[in-house]
Design a protein around this ligand. Structure first.
Ligand SMILES: CCCC/C=C/CC(=O)SCCNC(=O)CCNC(=O)[C@H](O)C(C)(C)COP(=O)(O)OP(=O)(O)OC[C@H]1O[C@@H](n2cnc3c(N)ncnc32)[C@H](O)[C@@H]1OP(=O)(O)O
Length: 304
């Protein structure tokens, strides 16, 4: 998939630290026979994302570390795309587990400050980065598992929906859903398509119109997430599910995934620039800017 020039420039400018050897912090120690040295693990990190690849299993762990709420800012999205591309091009990597390093929040969705009070050029650049993130994740050849260890509204939910499997912590205080309508904005067609492919048309239609956020147990009931586990079991469960998916031959699984997702991916690829222009003209309307400002005010007031 070709990256648009603005993103390519951002990637070229970015300071991803080179790959280094690093002991993996979770999961593997339990499987390693006592006394043996740990098999090689490679780690790389940039400001907002930490990646650890266990070469013995072919599984990478990508952790979001952008406090306070892992919002999907332009910088976050750029780093996400770089990290995913590195793993996609690494023959040692066959699967990725996504989780948050920030307590209680998986991701708060698109960074609202990127969509408020900025220039048209900025909105276009930001939206291209959002598209790029989704095209790379939804179109990934790797097995992708979201280990949803916190709340995950809107764009955060899209990240989880774009994976092959979703495991969420069973805490009812953690919620997930596409709540765009609550902000007075509209989820674009490819958010909607991704949602429909997971939960079906009727539930997606109702949930999108109401901008519903679902506590984890509710989300499980209609398949927005695939299973719930206690927080302390999340990584172990994600590794077990990953092993199940990786037991299949890659080519068969990848071709099947592509068959299921291609039409939805192709639709955005074919209308990418039109989608950018739609976003820019929608988001720069004064009425929409006002809604976003009021929403940010509401978030701040909630604290006091
Ligand atoms: C027009 C085309 C469609 C565009 C599509 C958009 C999709 C999106 O993703 S829009 C973003 C939707 N996101 C949300 O509605 C989430 C809003 N946030 C929350 O509900 C809560 O913050 C939380 C449940 C994620 C966390 O709650 P918690 O009590 O722990 O933290 P807070 O005090 O609320 O937040 C801390 C801090 O972070 C700021 N913030 C929260 N979310 C965002 C965000 N998405 N973008 C930017 N900033 C965010 C919040 O205002 C607080 O800032 P201050 O400390 O400065 O007050």
């Amino acid at each position: 998939m070709a990256a648009v020039p603005t993103l390519a420039r951002r990637i070229a400018r970015s300071g991803v630290r080179p790959l280094c050897r690093w002991p993996l912090a979770w999961g593997r120690a339990a499987r390693q026979p006592p006394g043996l040295p740990l098999a090689p693990c490679r780690a790389f990190s940039n400001n907002k994302i930490l990646v650890e690849l266990d070469e013995s299993s072919g599984v990478a762990m990508m952790k979001f570390k952008s406090p306070p709420v892992n919002s999907l800012s332009l910088d976050f999205l750029t780093e996400f795309c770089i990290s995913l591309e590195k793993l996609e091009n690494d023959r040692a990597c066959r699967g990725v587990i996504f989780a948050s390093a920030v307590p209680r929040i998986f991701s708060s969705g698109l960074d609202i400050t990127e969509m408020s009070g900025k220039s048209m050029e900025h909105y276009a650049e930001f939206w291209r980065a959002v598209q790029e993130m989704w095209l790379r994740l939804y179109g990934s050849n790797m097995v992708t598992i979201a280990a949803v260890n916190g709340s995950s509204p809107a764009g955060g939910c899209l990240v989880a929906l774009s994976c092959d499997y979703r495991i969420m912590v069973e805490n009812p205080k953690f919620s997930i859903g596409l709540n765009e309508a609550q902000l007075g904005i509209v989820a674009p067609f490819w958010f909607k398509d991704t949602f429909v492919n997971v939960v079906g048309h009727r539930i997606a239609e109702r949930s999108l119109q109401l901008g519903s956020l679902y506590p984890a147990p509710e989300a499980l009931k209609f398949g927005l997430v695939d299973e719930l586990v206690p927080e302390e079991k999340l990584q172990e469960k994600a590794m077990a599910v990953m092993a199940q998916w990786l037991a299949l031959p890659d080519h068969a699984r990848q071709l099947t995934k592509s068959m299921m997702r291609k039409a939805v991916l192709d639709r955005l690829v074919a209308h990418r620039e039109e989608d950018v222009q739609n976003f820019v003209s929608f988001i720069s309307k004064e009425s929409i800017q006002k809604s976003l400002r009021m929403y940010m005010e509401m978030l701040k007031k909630k604290k006091s």
